[in-house]
Design a protein around this ligand. Structure first.
Ligand code: ADE
Ligand code: ZN
Length: 343
């Protein structure tokens, strides 16, 4: 086996955390059609093949239009439970030991699905995965930035009875023209609870949005953040402050942030010393789950075992899991790394 193949086998096998995955983005076509039938709804596609063909995206918005249309089949607590269980089964296959999962309540409440139904279903799936596979999870409520802050504050109020199930808050959806500073008030409230906050920034938006997310929203991690490479000062700050970036390589290529994987900023971020983690974002739409992202990155860049171990370790250490769990997972990763290097 070549060095590169050995490094790939190690990366796929190592214990890791997924820190950037939207549960609505894990809705595979077969489940989408099954849920549509179960709920007496019709998707605007004749069949799974037609839906698959619609996944030729030109930018973030072209994806979001399809993503929100497909999410319309999610109606009942059981639908959300099935969605979560299906994702976590795939995560287990990729040796994900811990997943921090985004959900977009506004997408569902706008269709009349109560936030409590969404959360109860997601919790059911998380409990199944914990019991069956020992995977730990965190649930992160994302506010949709194409909507107003007043709408985010209304969702914040609706979420109050369910705070035991919500481990953090995030910001997603259309980034262009929707800067982090618009959400200062709702994020201040979220932080006052003592829960961590994160935000998508520097995916399609400029490096300034990363600075705003840090200074105004006071995020613990930046989701994507790849455009930091366009501003030396922003990149230097991320490195100096050890801010984790939840990078999603297949997503960035499929949404045309980069024309091909070879042009992706990942090697530049690593060379600068940034804390980079690899994630799937919306795996049902972008061509794969976590290990598919690892395979695509390895095909483009041929990283060594040390580089993959670094990203695996950073994923675990940048998670919101208890310190004792992180230590145990990192030790397991180190054991695996040593035996992969010795082989
Ligand atoms: N919602 C789901 N996926 C997203 C992405 N990649 N960027 C912003 N919002 C999203
Ligand atoms: Zn995302």
């Amino acid at each position: 086996m070549s060095h590169e193949d050995r490094a790939l086998a190690f990366a796929c096998r190592m214990p890791k955390a997924e820190l950037h995955v939207h549960i609505e983005g894990t809705l595979e076509p077969d489940l989408a059609f099954r849920l549509a039938r179960r709920n007496g709804l019709t998707l605007p596609f004749a069949d799974e093949q037609a839906l698959h063909a619609a996944k030729a995206f030109t930018d973030l918005q072209s994806f979001l239009d399809l993503y929100y249309a497909c999410a319309a089949v999610l109606r009942t607590e059981q639908d959300f439970a099935d969605l979560m269980t299906a994702y976590l089964a795939r995560a287990r296959d990729d040796h994900v030991v811990h997943a921090e999962i985004f959900f977009d309540p506004q997408t569902h409440t706008a269709r009349g699905v109560p936030i409590g139904t969404v959360i109860a279903g997601l919790d059911q799936g998380r409990r199944t995965a914990a019991r069956e596979w020992g995977i730990t999870t965190r649930l992160i409520l994302c506010f949709l930035r194409h909507l107003s802050e007043d709408e985010a504050l209304a969702t914040w109020a609706e979420a109050q009875p369910f705070l035991d199930s919500i481990d953090g808050f995030g910001l997603d959806s259309s980034e262009r023209d929707h800067p982090p500073r618009h959400f200062a008030r709702v994020f201040a409230q979220a932080r006052a609870l003592g829960k961590p906050v994160v935000a998508h920034a520097g995916e399609e938006g400029p490096p300034d949005f990363i600075t705003e997310a840090l200074d105004i929203l006071k995020v613990a991690r930046i989701d994507h953040g790849v455009r930091a490479v366009e501003d030396d000062a922003v990149l230097a700050r991320l490195v100096a402050e050890r801010v984790p970036l939840t990078v999603c390589p297949l997503s960035n290529v499929r949404l045309c942030v980069y024309p091909t994987m070879r042009e992706h900023a990942l090697p530049r971020l690593l060379a600068a010393g940034a804390r980079v983690t690899i994630n799937s974002d919306d795996p049902a739409y972008f061509g794969g789950y976590l290990n598919d992202n690892i395979r695509a990155v390895q095909a483009a860049f041929g990283f060594d075992i040390e580089t993959w171990a670094r990203m695996g370790r950073d994923s675990l250490e940048a998670s919101f899991a208890p310190a004792g769990d992180i230590t145990r997972w990192v030790e397991e990763l180190e054991r695996l790394r040593r035996s992969a290097c010795a082989a």
